[in-house]
Design a protein around this ligand. Structure first.
Ligand code: P6P
Length: 359
């Protein structure tokens, strides 16, 4: 009997839902190709950067998930049972992302939380003909790995501002966040996701580890204008600025839609990812321990701010829009208020009120 197959013939696997998800949701690769024309003046390099991050994320994901087997792989800095030197995972993640970007000859420079200075990347022709730089925190919150809490990679992409063909300079990296052409994060959690923007909204892709493919699982992610979750390390309360103390008390007051819920994982990517899905605000203010704040402007705050604004949220240092701050140092720190638009605005009101009350 002739067997007639068409693209409409569906081979229902054991678990139809799995097949349904894969059939229904395009892959990250398909999405990148489909959105190619949205990348301003891109000759495909930007797509290749996202693809490179996708591959590196899968490699790091495998290692992060294995990290719990300390007896097998040995704690960081020791030898594992195979006698191999066990690298700290953030050092490992740093090398994986850097190598992936260099091997593909798609960037002219890289800056990382793990490297004191930026890296100049030469092509195989010893040229400097690529036009993008990438800044990243390769494994943010890595101290949480020992207690099996989600961690993340954060990345930010700019076009270089110095002449193509010359070695990159610091000004290629010290650009305000409004110049970003792409930004995103990988969250290594109960599932591994890549969430990113190129200035046309925010989309989330979930890894199917069985086949190593990211599928579009969260199209057009948006921050609710209002939320009921506030994320801050209240252990530092006594050292917070008065405006932050006043905002925390506002969140805790039993009136209107309050008290809010306090949720703080201690992993920036996880806290902001949850708040983007449920609505909420993340605050890392100045304190005695962190007089300029703890988070880094260039490869933590700016990329998360780009994501937040593209998702309809807001990101400031408590007074000023994060993405308009003119950077002066590669690893500079800033206070960070990020999340649902109206919650960030309310926190800024308390900061301004406290500032004016001093005069
Ligand atoms: P604290 C992790 O070290 C990190 O950079 C962010 O991911 C996290 O939100 C914050 O610091 C936690 O800092 O001082 O509250 O432990």
């Amino acid at each position: 009997m002739h067997c007639f197959l068409s693209k409409y013939t569906i081979f229902a696997p054991k678990n139809y839902n799995d097949f349904d998800m894969e059939e229904r949701n395009k892959t990250l690769g398909e999405f990148i190709i489909e959105k190619q024309e949205e990348f301003k003046y891109s000759s495909g390099e930007l797509s290749r950067i996202i693809n490179s991050i996708r591959l590196a994320a899968k490699v790091v994901n495998y290692k992060v998930n294995k990290a719990g087997l300390v007896d097998i792989i040995g704690a960081a800095g020791e030898q594992n049972i195979q006698g191999e030197d066990q690298q700290k995972l953030d050092v490992y993640a740093n090398e994986v992302f850097i190598q992936n970007l260099i091997n593909r000859e798609i960037v002219c420079g890289i800056a990382s939380e793990e490297n004191d200075d930026f890296i100049t990347v030469q092509g195989s022709d010893n040229g400097h003909n690529n036009k993008y730089v990438v800044l990243m925190d390769p494994l943010d919150g890595s101290s949480n790995i020992d207690v099996n809490v989600s961690v993340g990679t954060i990345f930010s992409v700019y076009r270089r501002v110095t002449p193509i063909g010359t070695p990159v300079k610091s000004e290629d990296f010290l650009q305000p966040g409004v110049n970003q052409v792409a930004a995103g994060y990988v969250i290594y959690g109960t599932s591994t996701m890549i969430v990113y923007t190129t200035g046309h909204g925010v989309n989330g892709f979930t890894l199917n580890p069985a086949i190593g493919t990211f599928y579009l699982s969260h199209p057009n992610m948006t921050f609710k204008k209002d939320g009921h979750i506030y994320s801050i390390n209240e252990g530092n309360y006594t050292h917070f600025p008065q405006g932050v103390k006043d905002y925390i008390k506002y969140c805790q007051t039993d009136e209107e839609d309050r008290p809010y819920t306090s949720r703080y994982i201690g992993s920036l990517v996880s806290d902001i990812h949850r708040n983007m899905i449920k609505g909420g605000i993340y605050i890392y203010p100045t304190s005695a321990k962190a007089p300029k704040g703890k988070l880094r402007l260039l490869y933590e705050c700016n990329p998360m701010a780009f994501i937040a604004e593209q998702a309809g949220g807001k990101a400031s240092d408590g007074m000023n829009r994060i993405m308009e701050i003119e950077p002066t140092e590669l690893h500079q720190r800033v206070p960070f208020f990020c999340g649902s638009y109206n919650m960030v605005e309310k926190a800024e009101e308390f900061m301004m009120k406290a500032k004016l009350s001093k005069y």
